[in-house]
Design a protein. Structure first.
Length: 327
């Protein structure tokens, strides 16, 4: 079988430093499929040099499955013939930068990358946007990728789901592997809605294992603020857990979700659950045959409906702030 080509942007950054080695070790396509890595960084000599250093370490890993590794500062060259693309690189917020400026700076990056994907990636390429603001960056890339199926574009809320599952497991005194179908709705931001209404712990409804007051008054906030808590503790942002979640997301999309298991993926809304069509909104999904589907017809109470609307409202605002760059 031909090697799968995996493009990764932000290749000299923290998340990629964990992600790339796991892809090279077979964590994405499995132990029987070779991979070619295609790395992208900004065209700044010191950063491009750092990317070369990462490539040297990938070579030194002597990964039997790594067929080749190329480095680029041009998006079109990086994405040519890509089967999968992890869009990790993004512009961080610098001192004094307003939220709107941050949205616009990133929108410019993801406009170019959407165009480059449409021009050169495989028509069924799987694209995962990790760089923040992830949902809106994904929207921009998708809207600028003329001719590509919108379903190729997703953004990452899997880290939020994994964080929520870990919280439930710790609270219930269960192993995290016994927690199923905790999901995250909406934006990868502090307005996200981690939902346990349909989750189970060791096969029983989560509501039986979890205190409702703890869930509403503590857990949701802990998950929403977990990224800030990691920065406060580590002095650096969450990189290894983010890389792990990115791999989980793409792995399940490629290989399928186990029977009865849902995963959170921010996808282009088709209007499901009354959310505005076209927004990149995180839903519970199942995957089969390399395609994702939104889990239909889940009941939701007034609390859930309100939380889902609040995070939708934020996504509308973000979209409106970058309206000029939507293709
Ligand atoms: P780093 O700052 O360590 O690395 C980012 C890299 O991206 C830098 O090397 C930079 O040069 C590069 N870059 C910037 N613009 C680029 C462009 N146009 N093309 C190619 N490369 C470009 O950040 P890191 O810790 O790796 O995080 C990367 C992104 O993930 C950030 O935006 C971060 O906010 C976001 N996160 C998203 C998460 C999610 O769940 N969706 C969770 C983790 C993380 O916070």
């Amino acid at each position: 079988m031909a090697a799968k080509k995996v493009a990764v942007t932000g290749a000299a950054g923290n998340i990629s430093y964990s992600l790339l080695f796991r892809i090279a070790a077979g964590g994405l396509y499995g132990p029987d499929t070779k991979v070619s890595l295609s790395l992208l960084e900004v065209d700044v000599p010191a950063v491009a040099k750092a990317m070369e250093g990462v490539k040297m370490e990938l070579e030194d890993g002597a990964f039997a499955l790594l067929e080749s590794c190329t480095t680029h500062t041009d998006a079109a060259a990086c994405f040519a013939d890509a089967d999968a693309a992890f869009l990790v690189g993004a512009r961080p917020r610098s001192k004094g930068m307003e939220r709107k400026d941050l949205l616009e700076a990133n929108a410019a990056i993801f406009k170019v990358q959407g165009q480059a994907l449409a021009a050169g990636a495989r028509p069924d390429a799987k694209v995962l946007v990790v760089g923040n603001p992830a949902n809106t960056n994904c929207l921009i890339a998708q809207r600028n990728a003329a001719g590509m199926d919108p379903a190729c574009f997703t953004a990452m809320t899997r880290l939020d789901q994994n964080r929520a599952a870990a919280q439930v497991a710790a609270h219930a005194g269960a192993a995290v592997g016994e927690v199923r179908n905790v999901v995250v709705w909406g934006n990868h931001s502090a307005t996200q809605f981690p939902d346990i209404a349909h989750a189970t712990v060791a096969g029983k409804p989560a509501a039986e294992a979890v205190d409702a007051k703890w869930y509403k008054e503590e857990m949701i906030g802990v998950v929403q603020q977990r990224g800030a808590a990691i920065i406060a503790a580590r002095g650096l942002s969450s990189a290894a857990s983010a890389a792990s979640a990115a791999l989980d997301h793409m792995h399940d999309w490629i290989h399928g979700t186990p029977e009865g298991t849902w995963v959170s993926m921010a996808v282009v809304s088709g209007g499901e659950y009354g959310i505005e069509e076209g927004l990149v909104y995180s839903y519970p999904c199942t995957c089969a045959g390399g395609k994702w589907s939104v889990v239909p017809d889940l009941a939701r109470d007034d609390f859930a409906a309100e939380m889902m609307k609040a995070t939708e409202a934020e996504l509308r605002e973000e979209r409106d702030a970058v309206a000029a760059l939507l293709g």
